[in-house]
Design a protein around this ligand. Structure first.
Ligand SMILES: C=CC1=C(C)c2cc3[nH]c(cc4nc(cc5[nH]c(cc1n2)c(C)c5CCC(=O)O)C(CCC(=O)O)=C4C)c(C)c3C=C
Ligand SMILES: [Fe+2]
Ligand SMILES: [Fe+2]
Length: 332
């Protein structure tokens, strides 16, 4: 008897990607692929090629590799290690709930595992229906749409497609907001809720992308308002900021680093920071927020800084992922 029973459907989790190693050469390879995507940087190609190869890829990889070394875990880059935990957690949860094995696959938009790697896995498993869950709660053309582009490109040479469903965003999905609120409450409990302020810091994008119609900024505000409401926070008790600005043009504001310096200078005692747009801890949370921005805050005179970890593989997060998948596979 053959054991090749086809699964009713499969799930594909997608995240951004990370260098294969915290070395300047691996970081250079990663940034060269990531920053060449027009969805990420839309500057006219000949000019951008000169800036990227002539300046950025000469100087940035060495500095950024050192940052990656600071956040490296025994399992490698946190983003990839946590994504693998989420994959395994969701697969186990779906099997527990549905009573059969639903393959959960993992791809990165840039680097590995690639969409092509996943395509091979899907063919081996005989996947006929696929639900794609990009691990970005808020849609942006620079992340979610870029993931879709890569998936479409990997299917270009493929003569046989699975039926596809694509989860565009989940910025105010109740189970997501509840999971965020639970992680804040847990942090407050263990820190003794000494928090004067809750900062919700989201990765930024150029202001221009919003003007062109990217709904990301609006969705970040929707998430932040929903979380503040769930936590019963008054207006003065929380603030939304945008981090990780890159290049010279204006990005979404207020900027996280400037806010940290101002709150430090105002001698704030007790500041919690959560990054609701990051489904997994990564360089941008562990190094940029937990190290760099903590330092800005403390050096300016603030005390009591707490970084609240991303939802990562918390049970409420895996539960939320399962709810999204079940909702989007109705009828399969
Ligand atoms: C240059 C333009 C960039 C845009 C636009 C952008 C949007 C964007 N990014 C994330 C999530 C992540 N970004 C990460 C790293 C990272 N991002 C940029 C640039 C842009 N991001 C760079 C150059 C880097 C690499 C680090 C550096 O050189 O400073 C990561 C972390 C990856 C890791 O390996 O840990 C994530 C995650 C979102 C959500 C977003 C827009 C909504
Ligand atoms: Fe980024
Ligand atoms: Fe950064």
């Amino acid at each position: 008897m053959s054991s090749t029973k086809k699964p009713p459907f499969a799930v594909l989790l997608v995240n951004l990607g990370t260098p294969d190693a915290p070395t300047p050469s691996a970081v250079k390879k990663y940034l060269a692929e990531f920053l060449w995507d027009r969805r990420v940087v839309d500057v006219a190609r000949p000019l951008w090629w000169l800036i990227l190869h002539g300046i950025i890829l000469r100087f940035r990889p060495g500095r950024v590799a050192k940052n990656y070394q600071q956040v490296l875990t025994d399992e490698g880059s946190p983003l990839l290690a946590i994504s693998k935990q989420q994959r395994a957690g969701l697969e186990a949860k779906l099997e527990e709930t549905l009573g059969e094995k639903i393959p959960v696959l993992l791809a990165m938009t840039y680097g590995s595992p690639s969409m092509e790697d996943v395509g091979r896995e899907m063919r081996q498993l005989g996947v006929e229906k696929l639900v794609v869950l990009p691990m970005y709660p808020q849609f942006s053309s620079s992340t979610t749409a870029a993931a879709f582009d890569r998936l479409a490109a990997s299917l270009k040479k493929c003569p046989h497609w699975p039926e596809l469903r694509f989860i565009r965003d989940y910025a105010t999905y109740p189970a997501y907001i509840r999971a965020l609120a639970e992680s804040v409450r847990q942090s407050w409990q263990s820190q003794g809720k000494n928090s004067e302020q809750l900062i919700m810091s989201f990765h930024g994008i150029p202001q221009r992308y919003t003007t062109k119609g990217d709904p990301y900024e609006r969705q970040c505000h929707a998430t932040a308002n929903a979380l503040a409401k769930e936590l019963n926070l008054a207006d003065g008790e929380w603030k939304l900021t945008f981090q990780s600005r890159f290049g010279r043009e204006p990005w979404l504001q207020p900027y996280t680093d400037e806010t940290m310096k101002a709150l430090g200078a105002a001698k704030t005692q007790g500041l919690s920071v959560i990054c609701p747009g990051f489904s997994a801890d990564c360089l941008e949370t562990l190094e940029e927020i937990e190290d760099e921005n903590r330092e800005y805050f403390e050096q300016a005179g603030g005390t009591g800084f707490t970084y609240i970890p991303a939802l990562n593989s918390r049970p409420e997060h895996i539960q939320m992922m399962q709810e999204l998948v079940i909702q989007h596979t109705q009828g399969w």
